[in-house]
Design a protein around this ligand. Structure first.
Ligand code: FAD
Length: 549
C-alpha cells in the first residue's frame, strides 16, 4: 500500500489526508502536527474571543480519535517534522512530549505547513501582552487576558484578522485602537471601497488610525506602549499584531525544494513541488493570480482545502488541477459586509493591464421591503471584450451573494454582457427583479456600447479646472444640502425644459452627476440625443465621489 505522510494537520493537510483515504482504503496515511490540535476552525477564532461562538469545543471540528475511527488516519499531535531526507524518502520527527526523535518512511509526502504570523523585528515586540492569532493556544492566551478584564487594546494591522479582532474586542467592551500603516483598511479592496467599512468601525467606537506605522513597543507587564510614526504614542493593556503572514517553508527550503519569489513553495498544477514525490498545499505555497498570471500568495481557507484535495487526487492517479487563484474573500465588520473577487484596480494598474470600471449602488433587496440598504458595487472589466477582471462590494444586506455570483462569473470567463442576461432568483426579501449584478452589467455594457461615457470622482477637480461644467441633476433640496463645488443644479425633471440654458457650454464638456448615477444617466441620454457631444456621467454618483474626497 502507498504510504503517505502529511506534515500539518489543519485545512490543507487534513483535506489531503481525508481525500486520500476516500480514494484508497488500503493506503497508510500518517499525519504529523506539531501543535496539540488538528483540523480546528482557524477562521472561527475571533468569534470565540468575541463571545459569538460560546463553546470552545465547537472550534475543534474533529479530534485525532475521530479521524482514526472514521478515516483510519494515524494522527500524531505534538509531533514536529524537523527534516526531510529526499534520497532515503524519510522524515525525521520530534515527539515534543518527551523530546524523542523518530524516523518515518514515505512514498509520497504532502507539506501543508501553513503560514506563520509576521512579528516584525522591532524594539519591544516580545512584550508578553503583544499577541498574534493563528491557532487555538493563541486564541486561549488572548481570551484569558480579555476575560481577566483588561480595558483597552491596540490592534496593529487593518487586514481581515486585525479588523475581526478589533470588532471582537470592542464587542467585549474594550476601548480599541486600530492602527494601519497604509491609507486604508482591507488592502484586498480598493481604497474608496474600504472607506465605509472604516467609518462603520468608528461608529461602533473603534478608533481607526490610517497612514501610521508602528516604530517600537515599550512598557512593563500589563501595559503596552505603542510608538507610531510622527511621535504618536498610544497606551493599552494589550496589543494584537495582525500585520500579515509568511509561508512556513523552513522544512521545504532545507530539503532543497524550489521556493518562489514571494517566499512560498513552488508547485505545479497538481500541487507537486520540484521533487515529484513531494506535494505541497495551502498557505505554504505560491499560486498564480487568475487575472494577472503573476505568482502571488493567497492565504485563504478555500484554496487550502481544494489544493489539499488535488494533491491527494494526483497521488492516486487523478488528473485534478488547481487553476489559478481568484482571491475571493469576504469580511464582516459589525453590521457591514465587504468583499471582493478577482483583481483590484490598484493591482491592475500595477500590472499595467488596461481596464474599464463602473460603480453602482443598488439595494440589497427590493427597496419597499424592510431592511435593505444600498451597497457600493464596483466592477472591473476589459476595455475591448468586457471580460470581467474583478468585483468588489461593500454594504449591509446581500453583499455576500453578489460577490459569489461575480466570483462564479469570473471563474466562468464571463463578460459584462453575460451579467446583463443572468437570470437570478428574486423575491422582495432577497433581491430585485433587476438584480444588483444585472444592474452592474447594464451600466458596464452601456459604457462599452458607447451609450454613456463616464467620468470618475478622482478626475475632479482637474476636469473643472480645465473648463468642464458640472451639472447636478438632483433635487434643489439635495443640492442645497451638499454639492460638488461649482456645480449648477438642474433637477432631472426640469432638464428637458431648460436644455437651452446649457447651449453656451456646448463645447466645454458637461459633467453630469446625481446621487448614484441613474438620474445623471437619464440626463446624458437626453442631452446626447439633443446634439450635445461632450456629456459625461459621474460613475457611482455622489456616493462614490464621497468615498474619494
Ligand atoms: P494552517 O491552517 O496554518 O495549518 C498548518 C499546520 O501545520 C499548523 O497547525 C502548523 O502547526 C503545522 N505545522 C507547520 N510546520 C510543521 C512541522 N514542521 N511539523 C508538523 N506540523 C507543522 N481564510 C478564509 O478564507 N476566510 C476566513 O474567514 C479566514 N479567517 C481566518 C481567521 C484567522 C484568525 C486565521 C488565523 C486565519 C483565517 N483564514 C481565513 C485563513 C485560513 O485559516 C488559512 O488560509 C488556512 O488555515 C490555511 O490552511 P493550511 O492548512 O495551509 O495552514
Amino acid at each position: 500500500p502507498t504510504r503517505i505522510v502529511v506534515v500539518g494537520g489543519v485545512a490543507a493537510g487534513m483535506s489531503a489526508a481525508a481525500r486520500a483515504r476516500r480514494l484508497d482504503e488500503r493506503a497508510q496515511i500518517i499525519v504529523f502536527e506539531k501543535d496539540r490540535y488538528v483540523s480546528f476552525a482557524n477562521c472561527g477564532l475571533p468569534y470565540h474571543i468575541s463571545g459569538d461562538i460560546r463553546d470552545r469545543e465547537d472550534l475543534l471540528v474533529v479530534t485525532p480519535d475521530d479521524l482514526s475511527r472514521r478515516l483510519n488516519l494515524e494522527v500524531y499531535t505534538e509531533h514536529e517534522v524537523i527534516r526531510i531526507d529526499r534520497v532515503a524518502k524519510t522524515v525525521k520527527v520530534r515527539d515534543q512530549r518527551n523530546d524523542s526523535v523518530l524516523k518515518e518512511h514515505y512514498d509520497k509526502l504532502i507539506l501543508a505547513t501553513g503560514a506563520t504570523p509576521l512579528r516584525p523585528s522591532m524594539p519591544g515586540v516580545d512584550h508578553p501582552y503583544i499577541f498574534t492569532l493563528r491557532n487555538i493556544p493563541d486564541m486561549d492566551a488572548i481570551k484569558a487576558v480579555v476575560d481577566a478584564g483588561v480595558f483597552s487594546a491596540i490592534v496593529v494591522g487593518g487586514g481581515y484578522i486585525g479588523v475581526e479582532m478589533a470588532e471582537a474586542l470592542r464587542r467585549r467592551g474594550l476601548r480599541v485602537d486600530l492602527v494601519e500603516q497604509s491609507d486604508q483598511i482591507m488592502a484586498s479592496l480598493d481604497p474608496e471601497m474600504s472607506r465605509d467599512l472604516a467609518y462603520h468601525m468608528e461608529s461602533y467606537g473603534v478608533h481607526v488610525t490610517l497612514g501610521k506605522g508602528v516604530r517600537e513597543f515599550r512598557g512593563e507587564d500589563g501595559r503596552v506602549e505603542v510608538r507610531l510614526d510622527e511621535d504618536d504614542v498610544r497606551f493599552a493593556d494589550m496589543a494584537i499584531l495582525a500585520v500579515g503572514v509568511r509561508p512556513e517553508v523552513k522544512l521545504a527550503r532545507e530539503a532543497g525544494l524550489e521556493i518562489g519569489r514571494c517566499g512560498g513553495i513552488r508547485v505545479d498544477v497538481h500541487m507537486r513541488t520540484s521533487d515529484p514525490s513531494i506535494y505541497a498545499a495551502g498557505d505554504a505555497v505560491e499560486v498564480r493570480d487568475a487575472i494577472t498570471g503573476e505568482w502571488t500568495l493567497m492565504p485563504l481557507a478555500g484554496p487550502a482545502n481544494r489544493q489539499g484535495r488535488i494533491a491527494a487526487d494526483h497521488i492516486f492517479g487523478r488528473e485534478s488541477r488547481y487553476r489559478r487563484s481568484q482571491g475571493s474573500s469576504i469580511l464582516k465588520v459589525f453590521d457591514m459586509t465587504g468583499g471582493g473577487t478577482g483583481v483590484s484596480e490598484k493591482s491592475l494598474r500595477r500590472a499595467g493591464i488596461h481596464y474599464r470600471k463602473v460603480y453602482v449602488h443598488p439595494n440589497g433587496h427590493a427597496a419597499y421591503y424592510p431592511g435593505t440598504h444600498p451597497m457600493h458595487l464596483k466592477l472591473l472589466f476589459t476595455a475591448d471584450s468586457g471580460h470581467l477582471l474583478g468585483a468588489q462590494a461593500v454594504g449591509f444586506d446581500g453583499v455576500d451573494k453578489r460577490i459569489d455570483v461575480l466570483a462564479t462569473a469570473i471563474h466562468a470567463g464571463m463578460t459584462v454582457y453575460d451579467l446583463e442576461e443572468l437570470e437570478l432568483s428574486y423575491a422582495p426579501p432577497y433581491g430585485s427583479a433587476k438584480d444588483p449584478v444585472n444592474i452592474a452589467g447594464f451600466v458596464a455594457a452601456n459604457l462599452l456600447r458607447g451609450d454613456v461615457t463616464p467620468w470618475y470622482a478622482e478626475e475632479w477637480p482637474a476636469l473643472a479646472e480645465q473648463g468642464g461644467v458640472l451639472i447636478d441633476l438632483r433635487t434643489a433640496k439635495e443640492f442645497a444640502a451638499w454639492s460638488i463645488p461649482g456645480a449648477i443644479n438642474i433637477p432631472i425633471g426640469e432638464l428637458r425644459g431648460r436644455i437651452d440654458e446649457l447651449d453656451e457650454y456646448r463645447d466645454n464638456g458637461l459633467y453630469l452627476y446625481c446621487l448614484s448615477g441613474f438620474r445623471s444617466y437619464l440626463g446624458v441620454r437626453q442631452l446626447t440625443q439633443n446634439g450635445f457631444k461632450r456629456v459625461y456621467n459621474l460613475s457611482g454618483g455622489v456616493k462614490t465621489f464621497m468615498a474619494y474626497h
